[in-house]
Design a protein around this ligand. Structure first.
Ligand SMILES: O=C(O)CCC(=O)C(=O)O
Ligand SMILES: [Fe+2]
Length: 293
């Protein structure tokens, strides 16, 4: 007789039900009315404010396991003290001094790079999940989307200690999910300007206004541990304000793209994640669009 055999979880990665609250958010059931309602709400939020938030979707236990992972990996964090412009390009003295490409701010923050996540990491499991990727694709209304091929930047933790600041920038990848793992006492707010540029239009004038302190068009995200946000970091300029108080800020950042082969430019890989690998040089000419980057 043929008996259904339950396959052991070969990888040892946490299962979807172990990190997502599937009772409240049945994202594994495409036809479930709760999922359909949620996707509609997320799409409307993304259209209206360029970001959507799914409160308390990640289980407390999973958040706690990620927090502990960051702390075990603390000694491996790449800390930056570099200055960069919103595009992670080198200074270009040919450009006028007030051009956004010449606007440099000092970044003081760190990353637990994606290549050193632990074998049974919840963040690794979230990123390996087809259900999460499909859900993100449905919310964005973009299909298909892929996990990013960048071995360092595809799925890192961003870590900021009290006093740290993460300057205005655009991302190398198109879409990012953010999951706050440890909340700072104060500050560390995520600010963004939705759809500030498009693949056809850099919108340098408006970028310049924001860099010079303009607040029009700038939104602030309320981040809470366990919530999940979806935003379009390649088109929405963003930053994290200075972390204040005693507690560091940890956030998980799984990323998605429409082209499965692109990776960061070597310069960006070095500035963000501390080094460039052969793949960054090999694929340097392979860009997702014609933006400055
Ligand atoms: O720490 C964050 O919330 C965002 C970090 C970020 O923008 C990035 O890693 O590109
Ligand atoms: Fe970013």
């Amino acid at each position: 007789m043929n008996q259904a055999v339950e396959l052991p979880n070969r990888t040892g990665l946490p299962t979807l039900a172990e990190f997502v609250d599937l009772e409240r958010y049945p994202i594994d059931q495409p036809d479930h009315p709760l999922r359909q309602e949620l996707v509609e709400r997320c799409r409307a939020e993304l259209d209206a404010v360029g970001c959507c938030r799914i409160p308390n979707i990640i289980r407390d236990e999973s958040i706690e396991r990620m927090r502990a992972e960051v702390e075990r990996q603390y000694g491996e964090i790449y800390w930056s003290e570099d200055s960069h412009n919103p595009y992670m390009t080198k200074d270009d003295p040919e450009m006028p001094e007030d051009h956004p490409k010449r606007f440099f701010e000092r970044r003081s923050s760190g990353f637990v790079n994606s290549d050193i996540l632990e074998e049974n990491s919840d963040l690794r499991a979230i990123y390996a999940s087809d259900e999460i990727r499909q859900f993100v694709s449905d919310c964005l209304g973009v299909a298909p989307i892929y996990n990013w091929a960048d071995p360092l930047g595809c799925n890192p933790y961003s870590v900021m200690e009290p006093g740290n600041y993460f300057p205005w920038h655009f991302d190398g990848n198109e879409f990012t999910v953010s999951i706050l793992v440890q909340e700072p006492e104060k500050g560390g707010e995520f600010e963004y300007y939705p759809d500030l540029r498009t693949p056809e239009n850099e919108n340098f004038d408006e970028v310049g206004k924001v860099l010079n302190g303009g607040r029009e068009g700038v939104h602030t995200l309320e981040l809470r541990p366990g919530d999940m946000q979806i935003f379009k970091g390649r088109f929405s300029m963003h930053r994290v304000t200075r972390v204040e108080g005693e507690r560091s800020r940890y956030i998980a950042l799984p990323t998605y793209v429409t082209d499965p082969d692109t990776v960061n430019r070597p310069e960006r890989a070095k500035q963000f994640y501390g080094r460039a690998l052969p793949v960054h040089y090999e694929r340097e000419a392979n860009r997702p669009d014609n933006l400055t980057d």
